[in-house]
Write a protein that binds this ligand. Structure first.
Ligand code: NCD
Length: 308
C-alpha cells in the first residue's frame, strides 16, 4: 500500500484497508515506542511542528514518535514569537517550512486550515486538528486502542459529550463506519452531532441513535467515548455555562455497565469523568494517550516513504 507523500487531512478519504494497514504497522512499532528497542528508521528526516492551538498529547506524541525513530523535530514554538504575529498568512508560513522539513504536522483553530496548507505544501501535511473539523491521527490511535483493548468488528459504542464541536468524534464516526459499528450519540440537545455527518453515516449503512442521557444508554455498549465540552468554540460564554456540567460519569453511573466496558477519552478531561473512575478496570484513557506514539510512528514512517 502506498502512503508516501500522502496528506492526512480527514478520515472521510480512508478505506478500511488503509486503516487496517496503519494499525498493523503501529503494532510492529510498539516495542520501539516503549523504548525497549532502538530504531533509526527516520534518521535524517525532519518533522515541522506547527501548533496554533494548545496541545499536550498530540504535539508531544508526534515529537516522541520522531525521536524514537531517530528523526528530528523542528517546532515553530509559540505563535507570538513567530512571524505569524507580524501578520504572515498560513499559506506563506507553510511555503517556508516546506523548505525546512520533510513533513509538517499542523493544528489550527480554523476548519479547513489543513486542507488549505496541503495546497501550498510539497511535503505531507498531517492534520492535528482543524477547529471543529477533523482530527484523523487521533482517530487512528482511538481505533488502535479499541482494537487492542476491546474489538473493532461489530462494536457497540457510545460517543458522549460535545458532538457538535468535537473534532475527535467527527473523525471517529467516519472510521467506525468501516467496521459495522452500532453508534449511540449522547449529548445535550445544543451539542448534537451535525446533521450532515449523521446523514453520511446512515448512507454508509451505520446504525445510529441519539439521546441526551448517559443512563441507560451506556449499559449495553463495549466502549464509551467521552469528550470535553469545547469551551473555546462557543461564540457566547453564557451558552457554554448552560451545558458545562451536563454529562458526567462517576462510579455510580457505571453500576449497570458491562464488566468489559472500556471508557476512552481523547483528553484533556475537565469535569466529565470523575477521578474515582480512574481506578476502575473500565478506565482506558491513559493507555489510549500512550498508543498515540506507535500509531504516529507508523503514520510518519509511511508518509515519509521509509516503509510501505
Ligand atoms: C482533543 C482535541 O484537541 O481535539 N485533544 C487531543 O488531541 N487529544 C480533544 C479536546 O481538546 O477536547
Amino acid at each position: 500500500m502506498k502512503f508516501k507523500d500522502h496528506h492526512i487531512i480527514s478520515m472521510t478519504s480512508f478505506s478500511r484497508d488503509m486503516i487496517d494497514h496503519i494499525l498493523q504497522t503501529a503494532e510492529k512499532m510498539e516495542e520501539i515506542a516503549r523504548g525497549k528497542r532502538r530504531s533509526d528508521l527516520l534518521k535524517g528526516k525532519i518533522l515541522g511542528v506547527l501548533f496554533f492551538e494548545p496541545s499536550t498529547r498530540t504535539r508531544m506524541s508526534f515529537e516522541t514518535a520522531m525521536l524514537r525513530l531517530g528523526g528530528d523535530v523542528l517546532n515553530l514554538g509559540s505563535v507570538d514569537a513567530s512571524s505569524i504575529a507580524k501578520g504572515e498568512t498560513l499559506a506563506d508560513t507553510i511555503r517556508v517550512i516546506d523548505g525546512y522539513a520533510d513533513s509538517i504536522v499542523l493544528r489550527h483553530p480554523k476548519e479547513g486550515a489543513a486542507h488549505l496548507a496541503a495546497e501550498f505544501s510539497s511535503v505531507p501535511i498531517l492534520n492535528a486538528g482543524d477547529g471543529a473539523g477533523h482530527h484523523p491521527t487521533q482517530t487512528l490511535l482511538d481505533l488502535y486502542t479499541i482494537k487492542r483493548e476491546s474489538h473493532l468488528d461489530g462494536l457497540k459504542i457510545a460517543l458522549a459529550g460535545d458532538l457538535k464541536y468535537g473534532r475527535t468524534v467527527h473523525s471517529l464516526c467516519y472510521a467506525l463506519s468501516h467496521y459495522g459499528a452500532d453508534i449511540k450519540l449522547i449529548s445535550p440537545d445544543e451539542l448534537r452531532m451535525p446533521k450532515e455527518i449523521i446523514n453520511d453515516l446512515k448512507s454508509r449503512g451505520v446504525h445510529v441513535t441519539e439521546t441526551d442521557a448517559i443512563d441507560p444508554a451506556i449499559n449495553d455498549v463495549d466502549v464509551l467515548y467521552m469528550t470535553r465540552i469545547q469551551k473555546e468554540r462557543f461564540p457566547d460564554p453564557a451558552e457554554y455555562q448552560k451545558v458545562a456540567n451536563k454529562l458526567m460519569i462517576s462510579v455510580e453511573t457505571l453500576e449497570n455497565v458491562k464488566p468489559e466496558l472500556k471508557i476512552m477519552h481523547p483528553l484533556p478531561r475537565v469535569n466529565e469523568i470523575k477521578p474515582e473512575v480512574d481506578a476502575t478496570p473500565h478506565a482506558c484513557y491513559f493507555k489510549q494517550a500512550f498508543y498515540g506514539v506507535p500509531v504516529r510512528m507508523a503514520l510518519l514512517a509511511l508518509v515519509l516513504g521509509v516503509i510501505e
